[in-house]
Design a protein around this ligand. Structure first.
Ligand code: ZN
Length: 276
């Protein structure tokens, strides 16, 4: 009798550890992250992003997109400058010379193709916000579910125009969202740069936790001095969002990957290499 109950006890231990493994596997649903080149440029005067700091100093910028491979499907975070810009070797000159002169050395479509990923394979497309250096290729993915804050979706564009095609499938978010339901990819509401700006917390099995900034901050010193760009819609919300990101980084032991920071990106692996 005692032997039988010890067999049961052992079976119970095996069952519990299998359940634990299953839960771990679920938490590790995020498998890979690729950084894609979604533009390169030169900012004319970086004090535009941190008023009073580095007046008249220009700086190279990059524009990243991030492709996530999850057990449930592919997700694209930000879509970069329109692929049409790749056909213009002279790039796109800004109206305000303090802003960024952008170039598109490679298309997004060609980089996905190189990875063997078709636009139709992308389950979710999320943009940090609707500025053209982030939302330029949303319509390459007409059937992908768009994940965007309601406040951004409803923000009138030029002349009151909608920000997205009304027929594009969309999930309008009000706050944070656990994209795959396992905590591995979390959209964080970080308004201020625009009304419905959002950032992304990702938890990779080996690399660990990362916050993808969107434009909550534009480059390292801009983060350190908590600069609020002149063009942001709300300085107060911008500061609150930066503080929120700092809190999330502390709680999750997360690194901050700043979308436009060339010095940082030069230290990171670009697709087809990846993080896992
Ligand atoms: Zn931007």
């Amino acid at each position: 009798m005692q032997r039988i109950s010890s067999v049961y006890a052992r079976l119970a231990i095996v069952a519990v550890s299998m359940l634990g493994a299953a839960l771990n596997a679920q938490a590790a649903g995020l498998e890979r992250l690729y950084i894609l080149n979604c533009g390169e440029g030169v900012a004319g005067d970086i004090s535009r992003w941190s008023p009073g700091v580095n007046v008249g100093v220009s700086m190279p910028f990059v524009d990243n997109c991030y492709l996530l491979k999850h057990a449930q499907g592919w997700m694209l975070w930000d879509t970069g400058l329109t692929d049409a810009l790749a056909a213009k070797p002279e790039g796109q000159k800004p109206d305000d010379p303090r802003m960024t002169h952008w170039y598109r050395p490679k298309t997004l479509a060609s980089q996905l193709d190189q990875l063997g990923v078709k636009p139709a394979d992308i389950k979710f497309v999320a943009v940090s916000h609707t500025h053209p250096d982030h939302a330029g290729n949303v319509e390459l993915f007409p059937h992908s579910m768009l994940l965007v804050q309601k406040a951004e979706y409803d923000w009138p564009g030029t002349g009151g125009a909608p920000r997205f095609k009304p027929e594009h499938p969309v999930t309008k978010i009000d706050g944070d969202k656990d994209v795959f339901g396992d905590g591995s990819v979390m959209i964080l509401s970080t308004p201020g740069h625009t009304p419905g700006h959002q950032s992304l917390l990702v938890k990779l099995p080996k690399t660990g936790a990362l916050v993808l900034s969107g434009d909550v901050v534009h480059f390292r010193s801009n983060w350190e001095n908590r600069g609020v760009p002149a063009g942001n819609v709300s300085a107060e919300q911008s500061r609150a969002s930066m503080n929120r990101i700092a809190d999330v980084m502390a709680k999750e032991k997360a690194a901050l990957w700043i979308n436009h920071d060339k010095a940082q990106r030069d230290t990171l692996k670009m697709a087809p290499e990846y993080y896992e």
